[in-house]
Design a binder for this molecule. Structure first.
Ligand code: WTA
Length: 651
C-alpha cells in the first residue's frame, strides 16, 4: 500500500495487522479475556509461565495497606538467575545475549553462557568488597557490556543498584550517592561519545569529594576510554584486575519477591530528584510479559534493539531485565546515532539483521529532518516491528517511522509508561490491535486505566482529563527511597487509592487513549524527564541570579526544550554588559550542575517575571512567549503590563 505521507492522517487512520503477522504473533485476544475475567489470577499465571521461582508463591496480591502493594509475597526467586543461568540450563548457553557495538567500531558478541560467567565473577568481587544483601551500589558507566554485568551482579547478591546516567554531573551523582548511601561505585575511566572519550572516573572522584555522606568505601573501574585517571590505591580497583580474575563459581541465593531490586532517580515537581524503588518478582513479571507480548518476541529468531541508555528506566526494563528474562538476543550500542556518520544506526540494523527496534520519537524526528536517503542507503528489510517510547509520537513521525524505516507494512507500537510504572502500561498488542498513529491506544492486559476530571469524576468522550491507574500492577513502584510520605503525597493524595500519573490524556470514540503531556511542572526533553524546579534552583545558585523561571517550550526535534527567564541581582546587573555572554554563562552553569541534558536552549535575561497577586509565577505566559505565541490571559497578574515589558526584552 502506498500512502502519501503528508496526507496520511486524513487518508488512513487505522492499520490492520497483516494476516501473516497475526498468524505468528505471540499475543492473542485471549490475553485480554483472561485478564478481564480475573486480573489477579492472570498475573499469577503470567508470573509462573515467564519466571523461575525457587519457592513458588501462594499469595498473588496484598493490597490491604494501599498504596503499599505486595505481589507474589511468599515466593522466592533470584532475578539474575532468571535472566541468565536458567537459559544456560535450558540449553541456550550458546545463544548470543549481547551483540555489543562500541562507538569507535570495536565489537563483542557475548553468549548467555559467557554473560552468566561474567556476572558470577562480578558477584564474587562484590561480595569480597563487603557488599551484601540490601546494600546500595551506584553504577555510573557508559553503554558497555559491563553496565549490564554490574546490574545483574548486584541483583544476583540481593544488593540494590542505583544506575546514574553517564551524562549527569558530579553534583547530581554525589546527591544520588548520598541519598542512597551507596557503599560502592562502579564506573569506567571514560566512554566514547561523538568520536571522543568523555571522562567518568574523574567525575566520580569529584563527586566523592562533594559527597557529604562518606558512605562509599570502594570504586570499581572498568578500563574503556584509556584516558588518564587519578588513582586512590586504598579505594579504587580495576575491573580487569579483579572481576576478570575472580572465580566464575557462584551459588545464587533466592530472595523474597518483594526484595528491593533497584532505585532509579527521576525528576519530580520539586528540586530534589526522587529515588523510585522497584522490587523483584512483580517487576520482573511485568517487564518480561510486556517485552514478550508488546514486541512480539520470538527469542530463537529475533534480534532486538532498544536504543535507550541503561541510565534510564527504559534501559532497565527493556535492555536489561525484560529481554534477558526472555532469553532475547539484542544489540547494545555505546555511542550516538550520528557517529561517525549519520547512518550509523541503520548500518547496525543491516549488519546484525535487527528485527525489532525500540526507540524514542525525538530520534525519529531527527532522522526525518535529515531525510530518507540516509536510512535508505542500508538494507532495513530485517525489521518486522517498531516501538516508540518517551513522549507522544506525532502521527507524521509515526507514519514516517512505519514507511521509511519499516518499509510500509510492519507494526509500530507506541508504548506509554513511566519510571514509576516500571514497565509498559498502555500499548497496542501487535497482531491483535488495529494500529492508530499518534495514540498509545489501550491498557495492556491486566492493567486498569481511567481518565478523570480534577474532582475525580470519570471523563467521558473526547474531553481531556487526568490519567490514573485504578488498580495495583505488578511492576508498580514500591515507594520513594527514604521518603514514604512523599510517595503518598505525590501519587496517591489526589484521587485516594488511584495512582495519579501526572499526565493528561483523552479517549477517542473508539476508546483509544491519546496522551496529552505532563500536567505538572515536569518537562520532557528528548524523552528525558526534567524538573522546572530543579533547573530553577540551579540557576538561582549562580551568584548573578536573583530569580529564575523555567518553562518547557515546544521544540520540533526534542519535543520540549528548556527555556529560562532570569532576573539578575541588582549588584550584578550593572556589571553584566554583554547579555549574550551572561546567558551563555548561565546555560553552562546549569549543564555543569545537573548535566548536559538540562542545559537550557535559551536563557533570557529580564527585569521582571509575571506573577499573580499571591506571588506565584505564571509559567503559562512565559511558555506563550517562549513558543512565539500571542500571550494569553493576563488578568490574574498583579501587574498586567508586565508581559509587554518582558516580551520587549525577549525580542
Ligand atoms: C512521558 C519513560 C506519551 C509521559 C518510559 C510520562 C509518554 C513520562 C510516552 C515518563 C508515550 C512516556 N506517549 N508520553 N508513549 N512514554 N511518556 O519516567 O509524560 O522517563 O509521564 O519514563 O514520559 O518518563 P520516564
Amino acid at each position: 500500500m502506498t500512502v502519501q505521507i503528508d496526507h496520511a492522517l486524513e487518508e488512513i487512520r487505522r492499520f490492520r495487522p497483516s494476516p501473516e503477522f497475526a498468524a505468528n504473533a505471540v499475543a492473542d485476544a485471549a490475553l485480554y479475556e483472561a485478564a478481564q475475567a480475573d486480573r489477579v489470577a492472570f498475573w499469577a499465571d503470567q508470573s509462573r509461565d515467564l519466571l523461575h521461582w525457587d519457592k513458588p508463591f501462594t499469595k498473588t496480591l496484598d493490597w490491604t495497606n494501599p498504596p503499599f502493594a505486595k505481589w507474589f509475597e511468599d515466593g522466592e526467586l533470584n532475578v539474575a538467575v532468571n535472566c541468565l543461568d536458567r537459559h544456560v540450563e535450558a540449553g541456550n548457553g550458546d545463544r548470543v545475549a549481547l551483540h555489543w557495538v562500541g562507538e569507535p567500531g570495536d565489537t563483542r558478541d557475548i553468549t548467555y553462557a559467557e554473560l552468566t560467567d561474567e556476572v558470577k565473577r562480578a558477584a564474587n568481587v562484590l561480595t569480597d568488597l563487603g557488599v551484601g544483601s540490601g546494600d546500595r551500589v551506584a553504577i555510573y558507566l557508559p553503554m558497555i557490556p559491563e553496565a549490564v554485568v554490574s546490574m545483574l551482579a548486584v541483583a544476583r547478591i540481593g544488593a540494590i543498584h542505583s544506575v546514574v546516567f553517564g551524562g549527569f554531573s558530579a553534583d547530581s551523582l554525589a546527591s544520588r550517592i548520598d541519598d542512597a548511601e551507596a557503599s560502592l561505585v562502579i564506573t569506567a575511566d571514560g566512554g566514547y561519545r561523538k568520536g571522543k572519550v568523555f571522562a567518568l572516573k574523574p567525575v566520580v572522584d569529584d563527586a566523592l569529594t562533594k559527597s557529604v555522606g562518606g558512605s562509599v568505601r570502594n570504586v570499581l573501574v572498568v578500563k574503556r576510554g584509556d584516558n588518564e585517571v587519578e588513582w586512590n590505591a586504598e579505594r579504587d580497583l580495576w575491573w580487569h584486575e579483579t572481576v576478570a580474575t575472580a572465580s566464575s563459581e557462584h551459588e545464587a541465593q533466592a530472595f523474597e519477591a518483594e526484595h528491593p531490586l533497584f532505585i532509579l532517580y527521576t525528576s519530580g515537581t520539586t528540586g530534589k530528584p526522587k529515588g523510585i524503588l522497584h522490587t523483584s518478582g512483580g517487576y520482573l513479571t511485568q517487564a518480561a510479559f510486556t517485552h514478550r507480548n508488546v514486541f512480539d518476541l520470538h527469542p530463537e529468531t529475533d534480534v532486538y534493539w532498544c536504543t535507550a541508555d541503561v541510565g534510564w528506566i527504559t534501559g532497565h526494563s527493556y535492555v536489561v531485565y525484560g529481554p534477558l528474562a526472555n532469553g532475547a538476543t539484542q544489540v547494545l550500542y555505546e555511542g550516538t546515532p550520528d557517529t561517525p556518520h549519520p547512518g550509523r544506526w541503520w548500518e547496525i540494523v543491516e549488519q546484525y539483521k535487527v528485527s525489532i527496534l525500540y526507540t524514542a520519537p525525538t530520534a525519529i524526528r531527527s532522522f526525518m529532518k535529515l531525510g530518507r536517503q540516509i536510512p535508505h542507503a542500508f538494507n532495513l528489510r530485517s525489521l518486522r516491528l517498531l516501538g516508540s517510547v518517551g513522549e507522544p509520537i506525532n502521527p507524521e513521525a509515526w507514519i514516517w517511522y512505519r514507511h521509511v524505516i519499516g518499509g510500509g507494512s510492519i507494526p509500530v507500537v507506541d508504548t506509554w509508561w513511566q519510571t514509576e510504572t516500571g514497565a509498559i502500561m498502555i500499548s497496542a498488542l501487535p497482531g491483535v490491535t488495529d494500529l492508530k498513529p499518534g495514540s498509545a491506544q489501550v491498557a495492556v492486559p491486566g492493567i486498569s486505566i481511567d481518565i478523570l476530571a480534577d474532582d475525580g469524576t470519570p471523563v467521558e468522550g473526547e474531553d481531556g482529563g487526568l490519567l490514573v491507574i485504578t488498580e495495583p500492577w505488578p511492576s508498580m513502584l514500591r515507594g520513594i527511597w527514604g521518603d514514604p510520605e512523599r510517595f503518598k503525597e505525590t501519587y496517591w493524595e489526589k484521587f485516594g487509592d488511584k495512582y495519579f500519573a501526572g499526565d493528561g490524556a483523552r479517549r477517542d470514540a473508539d476508546g483509544d487513549i491519546w496522551l496529552l503531556g505532563r500536567v505538572d511542572d515536569v518537562m520532557n526533553v528528548s524523552g528525558h524527564r526534567l524538573s522546572t524546579a530543579e533547573i530553577e534552583s540551579s540557576l538561582v545558585a549562580h551568584p548573578w541570579t536573583a530569580e529564575a523561571a523555567v518553562v518547557g517550550a515546544a521544540d520540533e526535534t526534542t519535543g520540549q526544550a528548556v527555556v529560562a527567564f532570569v532576573i539578575l541581582k541588582a549588584s550584578q546587573a550593572a556589571q553584566v554588559t554583554d547579555v549574550a555572554a551572561a546567558s551563555e554563562e548561565l546555560r553552562r552553569h546549569v549543564a555543569g550542575q545537573i548535566g548536559a541534558i538540562a542545559r537550557p536552549r535559551q536563557v533570557f535575561i529580564v527585569n521582571e517575571l509575571p506573577k499573580t497577586r499571591s506571588g506565584k509565577i505564571m509559567r503559562r505566559l512565559l511558555r506563550d512567549l517562549a513558543e512565539g505565541r500571542e500571550v494569553g490571559d493576563t488578568t490574574t497578574l498583579a501587574d498586567t503590563s508586565i508581559m509587554q515589558v518582558i516580551s520587549d526584552q525577549v525580542k
